[in-house]
Design a binder for this molecule. Structure first.
Ligand SMILES: NC(=O)C1=CN([C@@H]2O[C@H](COP(=O)(O)OP(=O)(O)OC[C@H]3O[C@@H](n4cnc5c(N)ncnc54)[C@H](O)[C@@H]3O)[C@@H](O)[C@H]2O)C=CC1
Ligand SMILES: NCC(=O)COP(=O)(O)O
Length: 336
């Protein structure tokens, strides 16, 4: 029998669809232990609004979470200022970040085997005067690591990013040999460790149209990307590129690849979301903890309607549980 894993599930932005997606999980029994890390008052209010008969059980570290249909284990994080569906309130921001800290610290101290995150609203957290660009960067800082990698994946496509939440005007300067090397190595290592790919084949996109057209449409490929890939190949990484991004996402290239490394957020993610929005997972690679997330945002337009699709959350939990089992097996060692 496989070891049960316990995943923390943060409910995200209180005004968004995160709280109700968490409640929807109670409809059926689950294969991984789940503890929703959120305000119990918020979950009760959303369950009442939607007429969902969910029993919320208080959970404390060391206890086994409930696996029963109709029930959810909850680690209560108090301090949610307002619980209205569809409405943002900067006064909720400190609470939202406390849910992330509680889950991540629980992973670091062994109470949880991994964390899954429902979406937060980056804008409203900033409006509260707190600098925040995303879970990815927040968890990188909290865990004290120099570099992590955002990768979104469906069953058929994996897209990782060299830069994440940066204004477009800052992207070129951020693509340094150091960053590109760190990202490629993390991607290669974690595809082997968590996705059982022996020798990952990674397609690397150029930054400029036509991958720079030999320097006539930009020099980043010639000056930075090509020499860095060449060096990484001497370390054994199987990197193909830099390829023109407009034709990289075609069967000719994708059929022979395990992942795509895109230079920036909107170079890679629109393709991934066109291919599998609602079924994809967002994974943070390179952390000392397991973290997965949904592929969508807070969808304020759907909050409180009960019409939000939980498909991506199911994928995030499934992949998070697989990764957590993998990490447990490695930590346990071959002879235990
Ligand atoms: N992991 C995270 O915390 C993420 C957070 N966000 C944040 O979400 C906020 C809103 O972002 P948007 O660009 O508007 O993207 P969004 O994903 O919230 O919404 C885009 C469209 O997809 C629909 N949609 C989203 N999730 C759905 C679901 N589960 N079922 C059915 N339809 C769904 C929405 O109704 C909307 O029409 C932003 O503040 C952004 O930063 C965005 C992506 C990921
Ligand atoms: N588009 C993906 C996204 O914005 C998710 O960011 P994060 O909150 O997981 O860092």
């Amino acid at each position: 029998m496989t070891d049960p894993v316990i995943l923390a599930l943060t409910a995200g932005e209180p005004g968004g669809i995160g709280p109700e997606l968490c409640l929807q999980l109670a409809v059926r029994p689950r294969e991984a232990g789940l503890v929703v890390v959120a305000s119990k008052q918020l979950l009760e209010a959303r369950a009442r609004l939607l007429g969902l008969p969910v029993a919320l059980h208080d959970w404390a570290p060391g206890q086994e979470p409930t696996f029963s249909a109709g029930a959810l284990s909850v680690l209560d994080v108090p301090g949610c200022a307002s619980v209205d569906a569809g409405r943002l309130d900067p006064a909720n921001s400190a609470y939202v970040l406390r849910t992330l800290e509680t889950a991540a610290n629980g992973c670091l101290n062994g109470a949880f085997d991994g964390m899954v995150t429902a979406p937060v609203h980056k804008g409203v957290i900033n409006e509260a005067g707190i600098e925040f660009s995303g879970h990815t960067e927040f968890l990188q800082d909290l865990c004290g690591v120099e570099r992590v990698v955002m990768m979104l994946a469906t069953d058929d496509l994996r897209v990782a990013l060299v830069t994440t939440h940066l204004p477009l005007k800052d992207v070129s300067a951020a693509i340094t040999p150091e960053r590109l090397s760190q990202v490629a190595r993390i991607l290669d290592t974690d595809l082997k460790a968590f996705f059982a790919i022996e020798q990952p084949r990674i397609l690397v996109a150029g930054l400029n149209p036509h991958a720079g057209e030999g320097g006539h449409l930009g020099r980043e490929e010639l000056d930075t990307i090509e020499p860095t890939l060449e060096h990484l190949r001497t370390e054994g990484l199987n990197l193909i590129g830099p390829l023109p991004a407009d034709t990289l996402f075609t069967p000719h290239w994708l059929d022979q690849a395990d992942a795509v490394l895109a230079m920036y957020h909107d170079q890679g993610l629109p393709v991934l979301k066109y291919q599998g929005f609602g079924r994809a997972v967002n994974v943070t690679l390179g952390l000392p903890i397991v973290r997965t997330s949904v592929d969508h945002g807070t969808a304020l337009d759907l909050a409180g309607t009960g019409n939000a699709d939980a498909g991506s959350l199911h994928t995030a939990i499934r992949v998070g549980a697989q990764m957590a089992r993998c990490r447990k097996t490695v930590n346990r060692g071959p002879n235990s």
